[in-house]
Design a protein around this ligand. Structure first.
Ligand SMILES: NC(=O)c1ccc[n+]([C@@H]2O[C@H](COP(=O)([O-])OP(=O)(O)OC[C@H]3O[C@@H](n4cnc5c(N)ncnc54)[C@H](OP(=O)(O)O)[C@@H]3O)[C@@H](O)[C@H]2O)c1
Length: 297
């Protein structure tokens, strides 16, 4: 028999997780939100509309309490659950934040001594319940908490279609920084490139369109070949004059972009050196060139 689930916070992630676990045969005994109408709609999406409500007490019968509220709500929710779970035998209380450790859920209170706490973080982005439902299968999921809880975390991850892996609590913040770099900074990079590109085009609205194929190929090559082999362009070729031209033009026309370009150029130079595809003397010349513009920016 699969464990009884209460889901608190049926938002983007909660709807996707709830629907997948419901489909996997977990009995959902409560879906708790703040607003009755929104909670009812979310519960319909999950496939358990009769379980919708706004009263946390509905969670007291659950064996697994899934806390899918926003990150800032996790600690207050843990406090609010103290009375609710007081008579629940060994509840496992789970959150899905990439940022926080599982321990954020457990208040420093003897009434929480019988709880188990765990975090499951799917490395995926959820713009809506429906999109999350489709995107989760095939993703990876970090399981963090007591070692003895890993089999349960792994099982739930697999039920969501995700490949589980273990994450140490002390590594959680750096893990999350890495995840944000991969999912957010790529977006920022594309924004920087497309706004600069727009300044050069007769039709600025074409900037994203013309960059899309090269951007997609660069990401695909990076994933398929690895960064060292995927790297192309003037830095790894050691074309110093080309880089000087970029820097001079940016300094003249878009000085506000110079620090961003210089930082990434230096990181790219180091990657080229690591890949042993940039001759050492060229690497030094390039460093001197970048340094000379860094002092201007
Ligand atoms: N979205 C992502 O891409 C993603 C990816 C990985 C992990 N996560 C994690 O998943 C968690 C949820 O994120 P989300 O993007 O799904 O957030 P969300 O769409 O804003 O959903 C949060 C839900 O929690 C409800 N809620 C907030 N406080 C509550 C409370 N005290 N009691 C009951 N319900 C409450 C909200 O209700 P209202 O409708 O009233 O606001 C909403 O339904 C976060 O920990 C986040 O870090 C998200």
């Amino acid at each position: 028999m699969k464990q009884r689930i209460a889901l608190i916070g049926p938002g983007r992630l909660g709807q996707a997780v709830g629907a997948l676990l419901q489909q996997a045969g977990y009995p959902i005994t409560a879906i708790v939100g703040r607003d009755q109408q929104r909670t009812h709609e979310a519960a319909e999406f999950i496939g358990a509309s009769l379980m919708a409500g706004t009263d946390l007490k509905r969670c007291s019968r659950a064996e697994l309490v899934l806390c899918c509220v926003g990150d800032d709500q996790l600690a207050p929710l843990g406090e609010a659950l103290l009375d609710v779970l007081a008579d629940t035998p060994s509840p496992t209380v789970i959150h899905f934040s990439g940022r926080h450790r599982a321990a954020i859920l457990r208040p420093d209170d003897p009434r929480a001594a019988h709880w188990q706490v765990m975090s499951l973080h799917p490395l995926q982005t959820f713009a809506s319940g429906e999109q999350g439902l489709n995107s989760l299968p095939g993703s990876y999921c970090a399981v963090e908490g007591n070692d003895e809880l890993f089999p349960l975390g792994a099982k739930l991850s697999l039920e969501l279609g995700c490949q589980p892996f273990r994450l140490r609590s002390e590594d959680k913040e750096r893990y999350h920084a890495a995840a944000c770099m991969a999912s957010n900074f790529v977006t920022t990079l594309f924004h920087q490139a497309s706004t600069l590109m727009a300044e050069t085009l007769e039709d600025p609205a074409m900037a994203k369109t013309v960059l899309a194929p090269i951007f997609q190929t660069a990401v695909t090559n990076t994933l398929n070949l690895g960064p060292h082999q995927a790297l192309t362009g003037p830095i790894v070729r050691g074309d110093i004059d080309t880089i000087r031209g970029h820097l001079e033009q940016l300094a003249e026309h878009s000085p506000e972009r110079l620090p961003f370009y210089l930082e990434l150029a230096e990181q790219t130079r180091q990657l080229a050196v690591e890949s042993e595809r940039l001759a050492p003397e060229r690497a030094v010349q390039l460093k001197n060139l970048l340094d000379s513009f860094t002092s201007l920016s």
